[in-house]
Design a binder for this molecule. Structure first.
Ligand code: GLA
Length: 735
């Protein structure tokens, strides 16, 4: 018959591989004497071992062994698991090369396979993980006999989640060097069923806005060439049936576990099939493989949902909470922090920080984070990046004195770094101008008055790491905010040979990963929060190193509704850095109620970003209540199942999300109405995810309603007066 390991089955007579998750089946077939690796099916789980009729190889133009006269037609129509360049498949391919004699084509043949329990790590790359009881892996070994290139297609199937991950190894088994010019990580050929494409777009202070559009003929993509996953587009694409909603319809989500340049593309072909691909963007990429060398393309995650967009979201959340994020904070409540950035910007000293900490500690805030400006001569954003030495004029007595004083208040201490950057006006740049990424003969383009350090170089990484670890050893520091405030340009490394300059962008990301791995290994108790001009590098790659990421520099409660909705589409609430800030808001100038700012920040890690010494007594009282609210509900928010109930970005009126405990015995609903409306009756919201037959009491009153009523008739929210009003509703199961 073949071989079966939990979730993965090989049927020898049909030559099919069937990958099963709880609700989905993914099928691959080896076809023809030439051993093409064909994609058969991905969708709702089916019991059949062989669906290879779906590849339509019986229909003209037939397979090459039957009709080689139309080989190109075959290659251009056949659903390929991993399409290659230059031989007749004119759709987007995943693999292309440049050989020593200048050719670019390649073609793969199946050679062998391996099925085993568990999931191997990807060396030097972030990836989801799981034990032998959680998942099983299929490795298909393919070969281009002409190039003597071996390609391993790796698929991992999760036992309890509708997730399949993919990654690719390419090995040069010839005796000549070969240049890889494109190595994407995943491909899916699927018949079009009126699919829409969901992607995320944005800008600084406006990250991850949801866009849904019909897939048209030709290629439509999102991508980044900025050296980071970016504010502008996101390494995510979903195919959703046109009538799919939050609660129903089939949805396929693709997310790239990588933090640099990416391409995520959907192509609608002449035969009305779709090809989805995802991987490192081939532009600005090349990689030379010497004989015997191996290249690993990062992991792509594929999620299948037959329960609409919400089903996809909850699967991503569970996958990332349990199989991506690491460290002691993964499942732990995070300390409520207060960050001084919006309170002081660069204008602070020990006295000011201690005044903030003193007031914050009285109100129950647990950690002070000192942001940008504590080092070198950093009194504005045009200098000193790279000089990670405490400025004792601002901090007399040094860091240890400040931290000890903060600790005396019963608080912990956190600090900001921007380790990937170098200011032209810095001692570091004066000593090592060649450490900046640059092209000889050109003055590199500045952004925020700074250059990017060449993280492809081990000497640069070692030096910066030495500086960071010296600071972290000098005082009791519990938290680091790791920032990155400009994109990569002027791609040139003073250390790479000419033939390897195309490797810089990827080597940069590998260097970043290496450094963060080193940091969390040496400081296992540190809480690391990644950040990039707000949320410019919020991706699963970074979540492998830090359990939370600053979501956006925009802390306005209304703008955050849209930013957080887009982020929550993929990422768990426990990962989303969200703070209450002052009004008028520093980004948009809007005034919103303090309570609503608290409700919005509750959908994340929660904290404050304001000068707490200047708050009114009423607002200070409100802080105390918000702190209590956080402690009461954060376990549920971090661990529960997330439901999107109303979307302000779609309806332009109100926003509502809920978390329901896994046992369905408790739920928290947060509702925000943006503008007040005249002469309107109360708004009834239909909840989701409750137990139909259970009864729930609304906290703070005697109302008891069934799950069925709350989900079908709805819960009415009344008494909203004024703009930007929020409500928090806590439901407790009573029977
Ligand atoms: C970025 C971050 C902010 C703040 C500043 C400091 O913009 O996103 O939160 O840390 O840098 O320069």
């Amino acid at each position: 018959m073949g071989c079966y390991i939990m979730g993965i089955e090989y049927n020898e007579s049909a030559r099919t591989f069937r990958l099963n998750t709880p609700s989905s089946t993914y099928m691959i077939c080896i076809v023809d004497e030439e051993q093409f690796i064909g994609h058969v099916y991905y969708g709702k789980r089916v019991p059949d071992a062989d669906l290879s009729y779906l590849m339509r190889i019986q229909e003209p133009p037939f397979t090459p062994s039957v009709n080689n006269r139309d080989r190109v037609s075959f290659l251009d129509a056949f659903p390929m698991e991993y399409p290659t360049h230059g031989l007749g498949d004119f759709r987007q391919d995943c693999l292309s090369v440049r050989t020593e004699n200048g050719n670019t084509a390649c073609g793969l043949r199946y050679r062998s396979h391996r099925i085993f329990a568990g999931k191997p790590p990807l060396v030097g790359l972030p990836a989801t993980f799981g034990g032998e009881k959680d998942c099983s892996t299929l490795e298909l070994l393919a070969e281009d006999p002409v190039l003597q290139l071996q390609v391993t297609l790796r698929y991992t199937v999760f036992e309890h989640l509708d997730v399949i991950t993919r990654s690719v190894d390419v090995k040069n088994t010839s005796n000549k060097s070969i240049q890889l010019t494109k190595v994407l990580s995943t491909c899916l050929d699927i018949d079009n069923r009126s699919f829409d494409m969901i992607t995320l777009h944005g800008s600084w202070a406006r990250e991850r806005q949801i866009q849904r559009r019909e897939v048209g003929y030709g290629r439509q993509s999102v991508s980044s060439l900025r050296g980071e996953s970016s504010h502008q587009e996101h390494p995510f694409v979903a195919l959703a049936e046109h009538n799919a909603t939050q609660q129903s319809g089939e949805v396929y989500g693709f997310n790239f576990v990588y933090s640099g340049n990416f391409l995520a593309q959907v192509e609608r072909t002449q035969f009305d099939t779709l090809r989805v691909v995802m991987g490192i963007h081939p532009e600005d990429f090349s990689w030379t493989l010497a004989p015997g060398e191996l290249f690993t393309a990062p992991e792509a995650v594929m999620v299948y949902s037959c329960e609409g967009i919400g089903g996809m979201t909850r699967t991503f959340h569970d996958l990332y909470r349990n199989h991506l994020i690491r460290g002691e904070y993964r499942d732990a409540k995070r300390p409520i922090l207060i960050n001084n950035w919006e309170a002081t910007y660069f204008d602070f000293n020990t006295e000011k920080l201690l005044a903030i900490a003193g007031e914050a500690s009285k109100l129950g805030i647990e950690m002070l984070v000192m942001d940008d400006g504590w080092f070198g001569a950093r009194n504005s954003d045009d200098r000193s990046l790279g000089d990670w030495v405490v400025n004792t004029k601002k901090l007399p007595g040094g860091l240890k004195y400040l931290v000890d004083e903060v600790k005396k208040l019963g608080m912990r201490f956190g600090i900001w770094f921007e380790p990937e950057m170098i200011s032209p006006d810095s001692d570091l740049f004066r000593a090592h101008p060649d450490w900046a990424i640059q092209i000889p003969g050109r003055v590199p383009s500045l952004a925020r008055s700074q250059y990017v350090l060449d993280y492809s170089r081990a000497d640069v990484r070692d030096y910066i790491y030495g500086q960071i670890s010296a600071v972290l050893h000098s005082a009791d520091i519990s938290y680091v905010k790791w920032d990155m405030n400009r994109p990569l340009t002027d791609l040139g490394s003073c250390a790479l040979p000419a033939g390897r300059q195309g490797e810089l962008s990827h080597r940069y990301v590998l260097g970043l990963y290496e450094l963060q791995e080193r940091l969390i290994t040496d400081f296992p108790h540190l809480l690391l929060e990644n950040c990039s001009g707000g949320g410019g590098r919020f991706d699963p790659g970074m979540l492998y190193y830090s359990p939370q990421i600053w979501c956006s520099d925009n802390t306005d409660a209304v703008e955050r509704l849209k930013i957080q909705e887009g982020t929550e589409l993929i990422y768990p609430l426990s990962t989303i850095g969200a703070h209450v800030s002052v009004c008028p808001n520093h980004t948009v100038g809007r005034n919103t109620p303090f309570s609503t700012r608290g409700y919005v920040a509750m959908a994340g890690t929660f904290g404050y970003e304001l000068d707490i010494t200047k708050l009114s007594p009423e607002d200070k009282e409100e802080v105390k209540q918000q702190v209590a609210m956080y402690h009461r509900y954060n376990d549920l928010i971090r661990r529960g199942d997330y439901y999107r109930i109303a979307s302000y970005s779609e309806n332009h009126e109100d926003d509502c999300w809920a978390v329901v405990s896994k046992a369905k015995d408790e739920a928290l609903v947060v509702y925000v109405r943006v503008l007040g409306q005249p002469n309107m009756r109360s708004r009834c919201i239909r909840l989701q995810g409750l137990e139909e037959t259970a009864f729930y009491r609304v906290e703070g009153g005697n109302t008891v309603l069934s799950g069925a009523a709350l989900m079908n008739a709805g819960y009415c929210i009344s008494g909203l007066w004024g703009d930007f009003q929020g409500r928090l509703i806590h439901l407790i199961r009573v029977r």
